[in-house]
Design a protein around this ligand. Structure first.
Ligand code: FES
Length: 500
């Protein structure tokens, strides 16, 4: 039996014929395409991911072709993040624990439940290889873009907590259904889940009231790791499977940050900054004996909230902007502006003095006129949009300043800055430094590591021994509540302006 494989990279495309069962990675390479394969195609690193149109991403060296498919290769930016991730992550010995003994050929899911996006890695627990990865929107978003809106929703309606839990479980069951469509995958083989996420997401998954996270002193109902029988949550998997919720530090420094930090290979580092700008912005200064961490309300602007033409990273969203023109996701006509595009546009406006150092704008700036758009109106940046960016970037910069003050460290003594999270993936680092979102002092030391929380969940899935690393991160973290810090307001105000 023969199949057609359409291979698409950023600069070429080719349709090739192959035999049933041919290995996808070999097919890609033998047809002149380049793909990042740090473990040499042994299925160990999970970095040779490619996207199958309409299906999700698969590990190309583990995938054998058994139907007509369209393969989209990562572009240069994604490749560089995959390589940043690979080179910056620790490795752990394979020891998935008792859950993996339930069946002879066990599978597990490592999941990062983000406020906006949920990423799930299907993993073979017999050898630790990542078989496929899916990403989907968190369906709870309909009840608010940020954690506070969702907590408020739960506080307003007695049945809301159950509703939120059902929403996330249903979406995870849809991922399991997609996995079960793959050849040889049976949901009964799924015996272990390892889940990272911010504390609110973990509370909602476990249907534990998250109210205390929103009220001073912002203490979550639980921070320690939790094991929940998957059957209690109606997940469609092996009846005896367990869900392992990873540990958090506080209400706003959650298992996603703990898992991300614990995944970083710091053997050659004395200290580093770890920043995850997602819907919330978490910042940690990590040293060998102590971690200082804080959280800021930085992210919503970069995910489109409160920006007049803002959106998430959807097809048609402007994701690149420079003198050369506009770039959109999936090369479609512009319909909106996503976070990375917003940073580029504001940086351009600063450079061209369209906005003053104080952020003043005389009239709305037309980014893309209605004639070239996929919508009937102009796509613009308004004065209010600039203010939202100033608030967001001021909060991140102020958070970093407070951590430096509390720790006594200076930028000179910090070896690296690891930028984690979905938004960090697509951010143009130079533009982010120009607008003051990232410290210019760390120029040349910034590494984008993508979904580090997902990497951390994967390490915990593969190895029980990684629990010690997670515990170490929790034990040495000092959470700094910025709203209690005297200097925060001053630092915030000082970091609101733009300096060209
Ligand atoms: S090359 Fe490492 S998993 Fe495929």
């Amino acid at each position: 039996m023969e199949y057609t494989v359409n291979i698409i990279s950023s600069d070429k495309r080719k349709a090739v014929r192959c035999q049933a069962g041919d290995n996808l990675q070999k097919l890609i390479k033998s047809n002149g395409f380049w793909i990042y394969t740090p473990c040499g195609g042994k299925g160990k690193c999970g970095k040779c991911r490619v996207t199958l149109a309409g299906k999700g991403s698969v590990t190309s060296c583990l995938y054998n072709v058994n139907e007509d498919i369209t393969v989209i290769l990562p572009d240069k930016r994604e490749m560089s993040i995959l390589s940043g991730q690979y080179e910056s992550s620790i490795d752990v010995p394979l020891s998935p624990g008792d859950d993996s003994l339930l069946v002879p050929d066990p599978l597990g899911f490592a999941i990062d439940i983000g406020t906006t996006t949920v990423v799930s890695h299907l993993t073979d627990l017999t050898d630790g290889s990542v078989i496929a990865t899916w990403s989907h929107l968190n369906p709870q978003s309909v009840h608010g873009a940020d954690v506070i809106s969702r907590i408020n929703y739960c506080m307003d309606k007695p049945e809301a907590l159950q509703e939120m839990q059902t929403m996330i479980i249903q979406s995870l069951n849809e991922v399991i259904s997609k996995a079960a469509l793959m050849p040889g995958i049976d949901s009964d083989r799924i015996t272990k889940f390892s889940i990272a996420g911010n504390p609110t997401m973990l509370h909602l998954l476990a249907a534990v009231d998250p109210k205390s996270i929103a009220l001073a002193p912002f203490k979550p109902a639980f921070t320690a790791c939790r094991i929940i029988p998957a059957a209690d949550l109606n997940l469609n998997c092996n009846k005896k499977a367990n869900i392992h919720l990873l540990p958090s530090v506080s209400g706003y420094v959650g298992a996603d940050i703990v898992a991300g930090i614990a995944s970083v290979d710091d053997t050659e580092l004395n200290s580093y900054l770890y920043i995850d700008i997602g819907t919330n912005g978490e910042i940690a200064l990590v040293t060998s004996d102590k971690i200082w961490a804080c959280a800021t309300a930085a992210g919503p602007a970069f995910e489109g909230a409160n920006i007049s033409c803002g959106s998430g990273a959807f097809a048609g969203a402007i994701s690149r902007y420079s003198r050369a023109g506009v770039g959109t996701i999936a090369d479609q006509k512009p319909v909106s502006i996503c976070g990375s595009g917003l940073v580029d546009i504001i940086s351009y406006m600063v450079q061209e003095s369209v906005i003053t150092p104080n952020g003043n704008l005389t009239q709305p700036y037309i980014v893309s006129g209605s004639k070239s758009n996929g919508i009937d109106s102009d796509i613009v940046i308004t004065q209010q949009d600039v203010r939202e960016v100033q608030l967001a970037k001021g909060a991140v910069a102020a958070g970093i300043s407070i951590l430096l003050k509390r720790s006594g460290y200076s930028f000179d003594s910090i070896d690296k800055l690891f930028l984690a999270g979905g938004f960090g993936n697509y951010l143009d680092i130079d533009n982010a430094m120009r607008i003051g979102l990232l410290p210019v002092e760390m120029s040349g030391k910034i590494i984008q590591i993508g979904n580090a929380a997902g990497t951390g969940a994967l390490l915990a899935l593969k190895s029980q021994k990684h629990a010690d690393n997670l515990k170490r991160v929790v034990d040495k973290t000092d959470y700094i509540e910025l709203s209690y810090e005297e200097d925060f307001a001053l630092e915030f105000a000082m970091n609101m302006s733009f300096h060209e």
